[in-house]
Design a binder for this molecule. Structure first.
Ligand code: G3H
Ligand code: 13P
Ligand code: ZN
Length: 333
């Protein structure tokens, strides 16, 4: 099955009352483990690559790896998404590589750190929507900013989404789905005490728009994964993530795309550290990448079940980018 436009996967999730995990990748093993989990749980899935991931993989490698993932898994609805695009150029690159979904993070300037004005966000997001829709590619925007800094993604300060501004933004830009800032942040050190997310923002936005909503910074940072890293020589004190029930509450309220990167990184790192410590004579990368892939697949499958996506892979007939292009043209989007 060819890669599916993100819009269809997320609109189907909204209809079905479940969330679709959008999992970050940088290499072949991560793509394979996510697809292993999607097959095992029969879940639709979004694989996403940040600008850092595209640079790391030299663009062309990720392009061919995602085509391989689609070819190997014809029965799994799979979208390939650009995570935190920072300008029109990054969107054009992703469209050129065959991505079926693009995020333009216009809440921050091109440096990925400095917050923009509302109008700057509208301008860059509208330009990306106009460009991407011509190719049938779906677009995610963001209003409000997350905390935490990951390789230049995040202002380091949280500005929660203003629900009224979110609605004006959706109308002004004609985007497909919107990321809200409700108190989460990227990375493994999100909170010091159990968080209370601003879920009223989700309610207020959902009350006035039917489009799918997105949660970034949604790793749960499970204690057992961090303990495994620390047991084998890691040093990750005082981590805390988003509790799964808080994510499930947001899904019930209309969040359809849930971004998870850190939990995968933790699972992979713990598995590799274990081999290095327990079997120091090993030097074949397959000896530690195989358990790393299995550990990543395990946490991804768990998230697919927890988000309610499991069992929904065959619910609908997938459309192509050409179909989606015709849809946008017919709706004037
Ligand atoms: O949004 C941030 C993601 O975790 C991607 O992180 O920019 O280090 O690839 P990265
Ligand atoms: P985490 O760091 O919580 O996994 O968030 C990932 C993310 O939001 C990617 O865009
Ligand atoms: Zn993010």
């Amino acid at each position: 099955m060819p890669l599916v436009p993100g819009r269809q996967i997320l609109e189907e999730a909204l209809k079905g009352g479940y969330g679709v995990g959008a999992f970050n990748v940088n290499n072949m093993e991560q793509i394979q483990s996510i697809m292993m989990a999607a097959r095992e749980t029969q879940s639709p899935v979004i694989i996403q690559a940040s600008r850092g991931a595209l640079k790391y993989s030299n663009l062309i490698y990720l392009h061919h790896l995602m085509l391989a993932a689609a070819e190997e898994n014809p029965d799994i609805p799979l979208a390939m998404h650009l995570d935190h695009g920072n300008n029109l150029e990054s969107a054009k690159t992703a469209v050129g590589l065959g991505f079926t979904s693009v995020m333009i993070d216009g809440s921050l300037k091109e440096d990925g750190k400095t917050p923009t004005t509302y109008q700057e966000n509208v301008d860059v997001t509208s330009a990306v929507v106009q460009y991407c829709h011509k190719f049938g590619v779906s677009v995610e925007g963001e209003i409000g900013t997350l905390g935490g800094i990951e390789d230049g993604v995040g202002s380091g300060q949280i500005h929660l989404t203003d629900p009224d501004q979110a609605i004006t933004f959706i109308k002004a830009t004609k985007l497909d789905y919107l990321a809200l800032a409700i108190g989460t942040s990227h990375g493994a050190y999100k909170f010091k005490v159990a968080p209370k997310l601003a879920t009223d923002i989700v309610d207020k936005v959902r009350a006035k728009t039917p489009i799918p909503l997105v949660m970034h910074g949604s790793s749960s940072v499970p204690k057992e994964l961090v303990d495994e890293i620390n047991k084998y020589g890691g040093k990750m004190p005082n981590t805390m993530g988003v509790p799964i029930p808080a994510i499930q509450e947001c899904i019930k309220k209309g969040v359809a795309k849930i971004n998870v990167d850190t939990d995968g990184r933790l699972a992979i790192t713990g598995a590799i550290r274990k081999v290095f410590v327990e079997e120091p004579s090993k030097f074949d990368p397959r000896d530690y990448l195989t358990p790393a892939r299995a550990a990543h697949a395990k946490v991804v499958a768990e998230r697919m079940r927890q988000f309610g996506a499991a069992g929904h892979a065959k619910d609908y007939k997938c459309i192509t980018l050409e179909d989606n292009k015709a849809y946008y043209a017919s709706k004037g989007l």
